[in-house]
Design a protein around this ligand. Structure first.
Ligand SMILES: [Ca+2]
Ligand SMILES: [Ca+2]
Length: 89
């Protein structure tokens, strides 16, 4: 009976989907690329949320490694770290 077979397929799919979600470490899908700890820290340090870390924002973070490396990381010397520049840390 085709209808019964379809119901079984739907039922089986219903059983597998929740376990697939449970294995997803990112939790609820947002459609964005999953935030890595690095990205989350960058966003936390970016106090005004403009996508750049200014010298002031880095100093406020009190992360001595980042403060020391700021000039080296600021490849184009504009006084701000982009996410790409920050990722070189
Ligand atoms: Ca900023
Ligand atoms: Ca820069």
């Amino acid at each position: 009976m085709p209808v019964m077979k379809t119901l079984i397929v739907i039922f089986a799919a219903g059983l597998t989907v929740p376990s697939a979600w449970a294995e997803d470490p990112g939790g609820i899908p947002t459609g964005r690329e999953p935030a890595t700890p690095d990205t989350r820290l960058f966003e936390k340090l970016d106090g005004d949320g403009d996508g750049y870390l200014s010298d002031e924002e880095v100093r406020k973070s009190q992360r001595s490694g980042l403060i020391t490396e700021f000039d080296r990381l600021d490849v184009n010397g504009d006084g701000f770290l982009t996410k790409q520049e920050y990722d070189r840390l």
